[in-house]
Ligand binder design. Structure first.
Ligand code: ADE
Length: 416
């Protein structure tokens, strides 16, 4: 066992925080209990590049309960919760991560996970998959499968599959309804605002909040900003999504216009430079920028740095840039604001995402002979199982189809 964490003495606090997370993660604990009995992952080595948080620690415990050996690093230099990392190390997990790690350490830690010779990868943003394919192709033949957590990763994996570059099967956990509808919508919605508020302590009510992107994440962010009293503007490049935003009651316009009006900007577009340096030039004095998309290039931070005549860190992970005499503020260095400036999605949300991850690993192992180097969706029954486990954890009962209703649904003769 090996580890590299900020301070192993943080472990007792980490264990308490993981306990608190577990208390909200009933569905995942159900999977863990079954894994303890059945040991479906026995003897498999799993390499993970996920945000190292208290919730991820509960996933790691679940995989270990299933019999796996695990090595984990982060998938973002600013998202590690150092106490959770220390707690995992204290439990004997190979963990390499600290909050604020350098780019050099980020890649060194990925290499340490790869040194452990994983047969299964779990990624959030596919840095691990990319690294194995580009730097360690000799390991590809031993790979059984991988799981991908996020939309950004799945888009890139599909591009890899199309080019014939993907060399082992990947399960797009992101595409489960219990993942993208819950995590992207409720999780990103709440945690992005949480990140902006913890970074700034600004009052959201009465502010103009510009949300770049109206996918599930953008919908969640816009809804929560509206709920806090903001006047919300949405920017989009997709006509249908833009139409939906308009019908949901938001103002929709080009970023070029929104840039002049907004007080707070949150990018959730999954794309490069949703806020460009040209947009930043147009902004009002005091504008606050935050990104909640996976990568830190949704806001042109390099351009912002270049334009600035002065930069000062005025609060933890909150920087003031002077651009042409105006003050422009950036949360979390343009990295995922919910994890850099707050604690990421609430534990209950991650319980569902991580049920999908652990059941995805089990499904990949079970179907290993049949799987090809492609991107797979998990079967609908697994999604339904996860939703059911969560309903049970919340003590919610639902109706079942009667025999008569089942017959009705499978017939075609009945009409008006
Ligand atoms: N992604 C978003 N929030 C997260 C969390 N709390 N833990 C792990 N990954 C996350």
């Amino acid at each position: 066992m090996a580890y590299e964490v900020k301070d192993i003495k943080l472990a007792p606090q980490g264990l308490k925080n993981i306990g608190w997370a577990e208390a909200q993660m009933g569905a995942l604990l159900e999977v863990k209990e079954r894994f303890e009995k059945e040991r479906p992952l026995s003897g498999y080595r799993i390499g993970m590049a996920l945000h190292v948080t208290k919730e991820t620690a509960v996933l790691v415990r679940t995989l270990v309960a299933g019999g796996a050996e695990v090595a984990i690093t982060s998938c973002n230099p600013l998202s590690t919760q150092d106490d959770a990392a220390a707690a995992l190390a204290s439990e004997g997990v190979n963990v390499f991560a600290y909050k604020g790690e350098s780019t050099e350490d980020y890649y060194r830690f990925l290499d340490q996970v790869i040194d452990f010779k994983p047969q299964i990868t779990i990624d959030d943003g596919m840095d691990l998959v990319t690294r194995v394919h580009t730097k360690y192709p000799q390991l590809l033949s031993d790979m059984i499968c991988g799981c991908e957590e996020t939309t950004t990763g799945v888009i890139r994996l599909r591009a890899m599959e199309e080019e014939g570059a993907l060399k082992y099967p990947i399960i797009a956990v992101n595409d489960c309804q219990t993942k993208h509808l819950m995590d992207n919508y409720y999780g990103t919605g709440q945690s992005s605002l949480d990140g902006v508020i913890r970074a700034t302590n600004l009052l959201i009510s009465g502010k103009i909040v510009v949300v770049a992107g109206y996918g599930n994440c953008g919908k969640g962010v816009a809804l929560r900003a509206k709920g806090l009293g903001a006047n919300v503007i949405v920017t989009e490049i997709d006509s249908f999504r833009a139409l939906q935003a308009k019908m949901d009651g938001y103002r929709v316009m080009k970023m070029e216009q929104a840039a002049r009006e907004g007080d707070i900007f949150i990018t959730v577009s999954g794309n490069l430079h949703a806020i460009s340096s040209e947009h930043i030039r147009l902004m009002k004095d005091g504008a606050v920028l935050a990104n909640s998309g996976h990568f830190d290039h949704e806001i042109d931070v390099a351009g912002l740095k270049q334009m600035a005549s002065d930069v000062q860190r005025i609060r933890p992970l909150f920087d003031q840039y002077i651009v042409e005499g105006k003050r422009i503020y950036l949360c979390g260095e343009g990295r995922l604001v919910n994890l850099a400036c707050a604690e990421g999605h609430p534990s209950m949300v991650m319980s569902l995402s991580f049920c999908d991850q652990s059941l995805g690993v089990e499904w990949g192992i079970h179907n290993r002979e049949a799987l090809e180097p492609k991107v797979y969706k998990l079967p609908q029954e697994i999604d339904q199982t996860v939703a059911r486990l969560q309903l049970e954890a919340m003590r919610v009962s639902i109706d079942e189809l009667t025999a008569e209703q089942k017959e009705y649904l499978s017939s075609w003769q009945t009409g008006t």
